[in-house]
Design a protein around this ligand. Structure first.
Ligand code: 8X3
Length: 257
């Protein structure tokens, strides 16, 4: 297999768990140096240690919350003073609540908008100028089936993911004439900590989400992202849906029981 990403530098947001952590592990196996970002340095340290056992790639940790515009700008600018970022994985994001429009929490809405949209903007805006000068570069945005069609009570979460899809298109357009690829990856149901966060650890609700079918796991998404990253320099996969075989869109999901 070709390794087009050998020795590149990849910055991953939300790298301390779930899909972000799995991508970090899999990229390290492709000899990609890592800039792991997250809100909690101890959790990032744990990921670094885990990866360091099997790999000698360079791992830098950046502790910031993507919602904090100044912190994002300063920490990324400081890294870029001495180094470059070839790959950006905009993975940080969350769903909070599944309530009708007239009942949902304003705080939850703001948290999702601030993280899923504004956070992605802050990080991308900080990195994109230097990426334009590189011979190859790649931005991966984590979208969702929720961004393709709104489902009941998904309101603001669905809207934030629709925004991510739209911003991916805009990035591709505005980066025309450069060597920066932009890919939106839109998964269906993935069994991670996602539903624990959405339902604030209400175990019954969490279990229902994944009952009666085999959901995707973080490794399934990571494997696809590695393939998308590892294409020839002239190939740009702009948008990709990934579903469990039981799920055909946001509404059609086959359960055994
Ligand atoms: C995650 C998929 O269907 O829970 O974005 O919205 S879904």
């Amino acid at each position: 297999m070709n390794n087009y990403i050998n020795a590149k530098n990849a910055l991953i947001t939300g790298a301390s768990a779930g899909i972000g952590k799995q991508i970090a592990i899999d990229l390290s196996l492709m000899n990609v140096n890592l800039i792991l970002c997250g809100r909690n340095i101890n959790k990032l340290e744990d990921v670094k240690k885990e990866i360091g056992i099997n790999s000698s790639v360079k791992i830098t940790l950046l502790e910031f919350d993507v919602k904090n515009k100044i912190d994002v700008q300063e920490k990324i600018a400081s890294f870029l003073k001495n180094d470059q970022i070839d790959i950006l994985i905009n993975n940080a994001g969350l769903a909070l609540g599944l309530d009708p429009f007239y009942k949902a929490s304003l705080d939850d809405w703001e948290e999702m908008i601030d993280t899923n949209i504004k956070g992605l903007l802050y990080v991308s805006r900080a990195i994109m100028p230097q990426m334009r000068e590189l011979e190859t570069a790649h931005i991966i945005n984590l979208g969702s089936v929720a961004g393709k069609s709104s489902y009941s009570n998904g309101n603001v979460y669905c809207a934030t993911k629709a925004a991510v899809h739209s911003l991916g298109e805009s990035m591709n357009l505005d980066l025309y004439g450069t060597s920066v690829k932009v890919s939106t990856i839109a998964p269906g149901a993935v069994e991670t900590n996602f539903s624990n966060v959405r339902f604030k650890n209400d175990e019954n609700k969490v279990q229902n989400v994944y009952e009666g079918y085999k959901a995707l796991c973080a490794k399934d998404i990571s494997d696809v992202i590695i393939s998308v990253l590892n294409t020839a320099p002239h190939v740009n996969i702009q948008y990709l849906d990934i579903m469990p075989i039981a799920q055909r869109n946001a509404f059609v999901l086959y359960r055994d029981k």
